[in-house]
Design a protein around this ligand. Structure first.
Ligand code: BYC
Ligand code: FE
Ligand code: FE
Length: 473
């Protein structure tokens, strides 16, 4: 467990791997200092660190400087005799090495997963400077260091199982940059800027939630080390989703509160975030996150399923699916026709696996919406938030680039352009939201636009000193 890199993979007995990881460590730290949270590297943050994989007691809380965070490698312990749970090789023993015939696909899946982790840290690197409280600042940095650890988890797999190719991929993961024109991150959502906290809360609600479902699908994998790595990552992911959902709930509560004295007025006059703005941010990040599931009809997804690389959500859970081969059955979608209108297409089930996984994700998002709307109801507001149609504002799949409205109606292009500003963030909206973002640095102090949380972290008070500044900044 000790040494430079905390782990439960017996690193000290594998000198070659240990050397590879120890030579990657300084490069990772250089990347962290350059691209991680800007301006807070010397401060003491109240962080949770993964120290083991015990269900209770895996986490240790303490004030630490982020560059001294102990990023480690943890896999959920081996289940004895696990067998492959789906696809062509169902029932055979899981793999502890990479079979030659799926090496390329598996490497690509791991690299794609890995790439999102540092990307999100890059996207969020300036947010500390406008944190609405020390509590929120701490949560941001917690998410950031754990995304860093997720990168470690994937780099371990690349270095341990993919030899020289894997080591090269590990280097490249530190070279691509979110939003960079020449060397962008792989998936589009991870090249979008996150410049305000409303975006951060929507991102952690909708994009980290894509992470939950993708990791869940990989946790079913026939490649056991991948399954066990992603399982442990999921335990950390729950907090990221919490930060996002509660963040938006607190915005809603605060807006309702501020509007009590001026129910007919413009929320902006009292420094509140209007609910129409919240809705636009939801529209943007939710639809961008739908894109992360890839196309509805995908031969890649059929290959991943057939070969046991990537399953469905809860594939291994009793009573969810009867048929784990998915050789029969189809999934019906409406495909836009060249001359206008739609026609039905039945996609063979295996080719529709992106959509099947996305459906599980959408169901989960609907529940989040219900909880936010209950918050609105309790606050006595009549407005409600909604999830836009999966055709709206898409860049991937069947409806990519087409002018649908949030209800899923196809509009004329110019009508869409004329109305777009009602549905998606405008430069003026962004400017207003930015004007609300002010840093609050006293324990217990919260920015005007957001309600304090009901509870602190790890049993601490909401006015606990979650961040101790080394020098005034
Ligand atoms: N942007 O056959 P298709 C997380 C590409 S989030 C750009 O439909 P496939 C986290 C696609 O690569 C979870 N390109 O795709 C969250 C393909 O390219 P080629 C991340 C895209 O392969 C917050 C082409 O379009 N994990 O952990 O079935 C903070 C045809 O597409 C996009 C994973 O994604 C896009 N959105 O599915 C921190 C799991 N979508 O072959 C972390 C691993 C598609 O033409 N990845 N393309 O060059 C996968 O399972 C699959 O690669 C995807 C795509 C589901 C992403
Ligand atoms: Fe992650
Ligand atoms: Fe996350």
């Amino acid at each position: 467990m000790s040494g430079k890199i905390p782990n439960n993979v017996d690193l000290s007995s594998d000198r070659k791997l240990q050397r590879a990881l120890e030579s990657w460590l300084p490069k990772y730290l250089d990347w962290w200092k350059e691209m991680g949270p800007e301006g807070f590297q010397e401060d003491q943050i109240y962080l949770r660190t993964a120290v083991s994989v015990e269900t209770d007691g895996w986490a240790h809380f303490d004030h630490v400087k982020m560059p001294e965070y102990r990023w480690g490698i943890f896999l959920t312990p081996n289940e004895k005799e696990r067998t492959i749970g789906f696809g062509d090789d169902m029932g055979k023993p899981v793999w502890n090495e990479v079979p030659g015939d799926v090496r390329k696909e598996l490497r690509r899946l791991i690299v794609t997963q890995a790439d999102t982790e540092p990307a999100s840290v890059e996207q969020q690197r300036l947010l500390g400077q406008t944190a609405p409280s020390l509590y929120d600042m701490r949560n941001l940095f917690q998410v950031n260091v754990e995304e860093g650890r997720h990168l470690w988890a994937m780099v371990y797999l690349l270095m341990q199982y993919f030899g020289r190719d894997g080591r090269e991929e590990a280097e490249d993961l530190l070279l691509r940059r979110s939003g960079n024109e020449d060397s962008p991150r792989i998936l589009e959502t991870f090249n979008q800027p996150i410049e305000d906290w409303l975006s951060f809360f929507c991102f952690t609600t909708f994009t980290d939630r894509d992470g939950k479902y993708q990791l869940g699908a990989l946790a079913e994998s026939a490649f056991d080390p991948l399954a066990r790595s992603t399982r442990f990552m999921l335990t950390e992911e729950a907090h990221h989703l919490f930060v996002g959902e509660k963040g938006i709930a607190r915005v809603i509560r605060r807006t309702a509160d501020l509007m009590k004295n001026a129910p007919e007025g413009d929320p902006r006059e009292v420094g509140a975030i209007p609910l129409q703005i919240v809705q636009k941010w939801v529209n943007f990040w939710y639809t961008s996150s739908l894109d992360l599931f890839g196309s509805e009809d995908s031969s890649n997804s059929a290959t991943f399923f057939a070969s046991g690389l990537k399953g469905r959500w809860a594939e291994g859970k009793e009573g969810v699916y009867d048929d784990h081969k998915a050789l029969e059955g189809t999934y019906r979608v409406e495909v836009p026709k060249e001359e206008g209108g739609f026609e039905d297409r039945d996609i063979p089930l295996r080719r529709a696996m992106n959509l099947v996984l996305r459906d599980s994700y959408v169901d989960d998002c609907k529940k989040v919406m219900q909880r936010w709307n209950r918050e609105l109801e309790k606050s006595g507001l009549s407005e409600r938030l909604y999830l836009p149609s999966d055709r709206f504002a898409r860049s991937q799949g069947l409806y990519a680039g087409m002018p649908f409205d949030p209800q899923g109606n196809l509009l004329k292009r110019d009508e869409f352009e004329a109305k777009k500003a009602q549905w998606l963030p405008t430069p003026e909206d962004r400017e207003y939201v930015k004007s609300c973002m002010v840093q609050c640095k006293e324990p217990g102090e919260y920015a005007n636009w957001i309600a304090p949380p009901k509870k602190g972290i790890n049993g601490q008070a909401v006015d606990f000193e979650y961040v101790k500044f080394t020098r005034p900044n």
